[in-house]
Design a protein around this ligand. Structure first.
Ligand SMILES: NC(=O)c1ccc[n+]([C@@H]2O[C@H](COP(=O)([O-])OP(=O)(O)OC[C@H]3O[C@@H](n4cnc5c(N)ncnc54)[C@H](O)[C@@H]3O)[C@@H](O)[C@H]2O)c1
Length: 348
């Protein structure tokens, strides 16, 4: 029996942290929509992230590279894609200093290829939502950025995200292709890969190692719980104005030092006097961004509010990492096996 779906949504990067939460929300909330996930399963993915929905009738997975024009043209010519959420990207700021070319390839070229295929599709998409970052503004000590501020990215990751934004906007300016851009704060929650700060601290503590604090500068970040980010993306799909940019933010700003101390207390259950035993200071890269304050009034005018407090979000996150201690180490082992199998195949 074939089912009739009334909307087809393509999510790129749907196996990643935010992508997997978005795919699960779409699949569960909208059985009448068909959800296609295109992802090449980079090192930061676990197959377990999507196990709760992978057998659902309205879900399809395509393992593939967003930079592959033949694949992308094929997808857009054989499926009637109505909505695109573009999340596929290289995302780890530290790595972007070591391998900027792979960031350019995926984040810029991948976006170019996807836009080209989507725009030329026989069935015209209604929305193309590009998930960008507050980091495109560059850091600020006191200025609070709104969507009209100019961008000034200052690391290779944010530079590629900003470049991709310009490509996306050019399709609006030139063709009135119905794009929306989101710029969000740091997003956190269950299933985030261990290279990002909250899961890194939690994983270190679970291994009885100290939290490594980079540098001595008073760095802080705004943290938005993943469910709130997803509700913003879904609201923007229905109510966002095409051609516009929306900040997706939170007033919850946490100094990294305070974050580490809070996580030590939650995971190790130690009194204040012993917290420092679980902290270690390591050198930082030069000119790290201290903070990224943004205002998201434009999004709030559409009716969005962050619903999950920091206390509740971090409680849920810590609980998930405590209940799933092998989630990422096993994923890395699986990936290692896949890689060595591939090497064997390519050798013969
Ligand atoms: N995590 C945050 O705090 C945050 C904040 C703002 C914006 N963003 C943006 O949200 C998006 C998702 O971020 P995330 O934190 O979930 O990252 P992530 O690294 O967990 O996920 C990225 C996904 O993209 C996939 N991918 C990478 N290269 C690909 C390629 N060539 N073809 C197909 N798929 C590919 C990966 O396999 C992975 O599933 C990114 O575009 C990121 O820039 C993230």
């Amino acid at each position: 029996m074939t089912m009739d779906f009334n909307r087809t949504v393509l999510v790129t990067g749907g196996s990643g942290f935010i992508g997997s939460h978005l795919v699960c929300a779409l699949v569960n909330k909208h059985p009448e929509w068909r959800i296609i996930n295109l992802d090449n399963l980079d090192y930061c993915c676990s197959p377990r992230s999507l196990e709760s929905i992978e057998d659902k009738a309205n879900y399809t997975f395509i393992r593939g590279d967003v930079c592959n024009p033949r694949l992308l043209n094929h997808i857009f010519n054989t499926e009637h894609i109505d909505v695109i959420f573009h999340l596929a990207a290289k995302t780890h700021v530290e790595s972007s200093f070591q391998s900027p070319s792979s960031f350019q390839l995926v984040n810029i070229d991948g976006t170019r290829v996807l836009l080209g295929a989507a725009h030329q599709a026989r069935h015209q998409p209604q929305r193309f939502i590009y998930v960008s970052t507050d980091e495109v503004y560059g850091a600020s000590l006191d200025k609070v950025f709104d969507e009209n501020n100019s961008v000034r990215p200052n690391n290779p990751y944010s530079a590629t995200k900003a470049a991709a934004e310009y490509l996306v906007r050019s399709y609006w300016d030139k063709y009135k292709f119905p794009i929306i851009i989101t710029r969000s704060n740091n997003i956190y929650g269950p299933r985030q890969y261990t290279e990002k700060v909250i899961p890194r601290f939690l994983t270190l503590l679970q291994m009885n190692k100290k939290c490594t604090i980079q540098g001595t500068l008073p760095k802080s970040r705004h943290f938005l719980f993943v469910d709130d980010a997803i509700s913003a993306f879904l609201l923007l799909l229905e109510k966002g104005t095409v051609g516009e940019i929306y900040n997706v933010g939170t007033s919850c700003e946490i100094p990294i030092m305070q974050l580490a101390r809070q996580l030590v207390k939650m995971v190790k259950n130690v009194p204040d006097s012993e917290v420092n035993n679980w902290l270690e200071f390591v050198p930082d890269r030069p000119r790290v961004d201290l903070r990224y304050p943004i205002t998201c009034e434009k999004l709030q005018q559409l009716g969005w509010r962050a619903e999950v407090s920091w206390a509740e979000g971090i409680r849920q996150t810590v609980k998930w990492y405590q209940e799933n201690p092998g989630f990422w180490s096993e994923a890395v082992e699986d990936q290692g096996q896949i890689r060595s199998k591939l090497e064997e195949v390519t050798k013969t």
